[in-house]
Design a protein around this ligand. Structure first.
Ligand code: ADP
Length: 350
């Protein structure tokens, strides 16, 4: 499988001629630890099972896999899964994201450049422009695009075939996809948050590849503070490894892991300063809520999309925050976690 290093920031090192920056260093780490086959892709068992059947069936029919939509919070493994599918199908994958397909020629160029059977992966597909979507519809359904040439009276439309391909779309917001686009995906799957034990496995696997010494207890401690998300687990094990190297003998033991994570202000549930600030703002400034998402985002100095995609899903999943029709509310567990108790609608510190 070849990953076409289009314009995907997760994968490409765009500064190949420059001295490596820290970000580039982290990206090459990321490339090394990204699982390349189903065996190394930990968890998501029922999703893997159904995907393996779809892959097997399409191989037996000698046809490309049906278009596939993967949705779920960031860092759960959507891009990784797309590259594994390409590997299993033995085809190339082109990776791009919706914001870089703004102009018609961007999407037309990428579709015309595909070879038969290839996979096109579009990240953040809910952000596709209307015009890009409309070009994509016939390409997905009947494998052609309509090209227009000329101006006003002399405008001509030409129907051009595109090779049979599989579109894999990834989104954090399945609900934000337009109906017609969603309907054109033959397979739609949600990725689940990971269990602590699964994240422990992710951490031990990455540590082995990166030559980081860590014991089981420490791996579980990092897993528990990783917001149920492999990308965060991998990031924290790297930070803990830096800590172990600078402050100790390089080995991540349970004590070293706790010390490193406390030093990063990551608490026992994996919340960072922004999560706690978000909960505190709802509890104290808005008396527990409900408070609208826009107001909340302004109050903590983040944009709405970041609050919705990055912070909220885990806080809701952990039972600390509730989403109601009238806005966000902190739960009793949320109050307890930040050390606030509620008496007759009054908030006070524990
Ligand atoms: P998404 O596309 O959903 O934002 P990615 O596919 O980029 O997430 O995954 C982020 C990182 O987490 C990857 O680099 C990979 O190393 C790791 N990862 C994700 N899912 C798994 C998994 N199931 N098993 C092992 N590592 C995983």
């Amino acid at each position: 499988m070849i990953i076409s290093e289009d314009n995907n920031e997760k994968i490409i090192n765009k500064n190949q001629n420059l001295a490596p920056k820290k970000q580039d260093f982290d990206m090459s780490y990321e490339r090394n630890i990204r699982p390349k086959n189903f065996k190394d892709y930990i968890g998501q068992e029922s999703l893997k099972k159904t995907l393996k059947i779809s892959i097997e069936a399409s191989k037996k029919r000698s046809l490309p896999l049906d278009h596939l939509l993967l949705y779920g919070p960031p860092g759960l493994g959507k891009t990784t899964l797309a590259t594994i599918i390409a590997n299993e199908m033995n085809v190339e994958i082109k990776i791009t994201s919706a914001p870089s397909l703004e102009r018609p020629r961007d999407i037309i160029g990428i579709l015309m450049g595909l070879k038969g059977g290839e996979i096109l992966f579009i990240d953040e597909i809910h952000r596709l422009s209307k015009v890009a979507e409309e070009i994509l519809y016939p390409a997905m359904e009947d494998f052609y695009i309509d090209l227009t040439t000329g101006k006003s009276q002399t405008v001509k439309t030409m129907r051009v075939p595109v090779p049979k391909f599989t579109l894999i779309g990834a989104t954090t917001k399945a609900g934000a996809l337009s109906g017609p686009l969603r309907d054109r995906f033959g397979i739609i799957h949600r990725l689940e948050f990971y269990k602590d034990e699964e994240l422990k496995e992710v951490i031990l696997r990455s540590a082995k590849i990166l030559d980081i010494q860590i014991n089981d207890e420490a791996a579980l401690e990092i897993a528990k503070r990783s917001r149920l998300t492999p990308r965060i687990a991998n990031r924290l094990v790297k930070r803990a490894s830096d800590w172990a190297l600078v402050k100790h003998n390089g080995v991540i033991t349970l004590d070293v892991a706790k010390e490193a994570l406390d030093g990063l202000n990551i608490d026992n549930l994996g919340l960072d300063n922004t999560d706690r600030e978000l909960l505190n703002v709802i509890a104290q400034k808005y008396k527990g809520g409900p408070v609208g998402i826009e107001t909340l985002a302004v109050a903590i100095g983040e944009d709405v999309a970041t609050v919705e995609d990055v912070y909220e899903p885990y806080l809701i999943q952990s039972g600390l925050l509730e989403r109601t029709l009238r806005g966000r509310k902190i739960t009793n567990n949320g109050l307890k976690h930040i050390g606030i108790k509620q008496n007759n609608n009054q908030m006070s510190l524990f």
